[in-house]
Design a protein around this ligand. Sequence first.
Ligand code: FAD
Length: 424
Amino acid sequence: MDLTTDVLIVGAGGGGAILGIALSRKGISNLVLEQAGGPPQGLRGEILQPNGQALLHQLGLLDALPAGASKPVRLFHFRKSGGTRLCTIDYEMLPAPFNRALVMWPNVVHHTILECLQQENPTGLRFQASFKSLLYEGDRIIGVQAEIDGVSLRIGAQVVVGADGPFSRVREALRVPASLHRYKDSYLVAALDSSEELQEAQYFVGQQTILGLFPAPGNKVYALYMVSSDSLEHLKASGVAALREQWKVIAPDFESLFNSFVDWNQTAYMGTGRVRAKTWVMDRAVIMGDAAHGMNPHASQGRMQAMEDAVALANVLEHCHRSQDWSCGALKPFETARRAQVTMLQRLADEEVFFWNTGNPLLAMLRDRVFRTMDANRRLQYQVLSATAGLRATAPFGWLDRFQAAGFLPDPRAGVVPVHPQPS
Ligand SMILES: Cc1cc2nc3c(=O)[nH]c(=O)nc-3n(C[C@H](O)[C@H](O)[C@H](O)COP(=O)(O)OP(=O)(O)OC[C@H]3O[C@@H](n4cnc5c(N)ncnc54)[C@H](O)[C@@H]3O)c2cc1C
């Protein structure tokens, strides 16, 4: 072998980089291979949900984010296309201190994580390092064949972790059966300039219309507009003025904000898919994050769930390291601990997009009715919000809740929400 380590991690994305940090802090040797030449750049809207904030706080990384790089947002208003308010969700009903969403500057969270990894394990992260194939001794995985800076290397490891995103080559090499669904519709993200500092987020829903407006630091606002990948070229060909006009019809109160949209360079398209892998663990191998369970970006939970995976997996790997047992059975508690929440979030995000983006007038009517019920029902609000915030693993609505949300049954517990003690 040219190199050896205990845990070989493929991919320094949202999950792999956190895993590298967590393992280094436990004194377990690890190496993270990242095919990119350096940290990611470019526009992407990013929201840190409460579970992600809590996790970064526990790792000491929330306070390490650059000053002024995040904007706390408490109120999310849901409106009909045209402006009529349907429902307002208030993050303040969640347990303090992470009872807000944080809208971030693009990439700052990831840059902070990568800097921490490089500081705490200076030789543990290699850029321009690509996974090529698995190495076997008989049918036992003993490491990977990789290419680092153009040089082919054999790297020995006790366990190989595929944290290499939705199109994972590690998953493919392990022959893990997986379904990969590419969404037809995804978000066009645009960075807009506001003349005043906005504090509250807005979501406009219509018939095949979703437009989100999220206040970001420095009087910036991210617009997230749902478009199908096959209509993107047509949209661009129509020009920025035509898109500005579409937005003004959907959200007339924000006309001056939309006037700041003048160039396609202010935009990025966020095409993603959903991954459902049959198993996440095998003898001496694991897949995690988007490689195991990529989800609709609508959930705003992809990075959070990859980070949650990393922390859970690091704990399981600590046991494996102690017992020197890297078998499927020893790794299984990772999958057992994590599968329920990601499966629930995958379903929740798909269901939300189905109703929010519907072109069917009857379904749109039902959706608006649910929003209006929720506006007056803090219990249902809490259940949806706590799921979106990553604070529960079970589905927010049972069948009874669904009938109550649609207004077909009364809800005697409409005002009942958990009371959280304030931190001292
Ligand atoms: C534009 C955009 C915006 C998003 N916004 C949000 C958001 O607001 N909130 C949120 O929670 N989630 C968001 N997501 C989703 C989130 O980014 C992912 O769910 C999360 O990054 C998953 O982490 P991961 O580590 O599993 O995979 P990734 O972050 O995709 O990381 C995989 C890494 O593996 C590397 N890699 C791939 N193949 C190889 C190889 N053969 N060898 C070496 N390295 C390899 C890749 O270069 C990449 O760096 C967004 C996604 C996109 C595309």
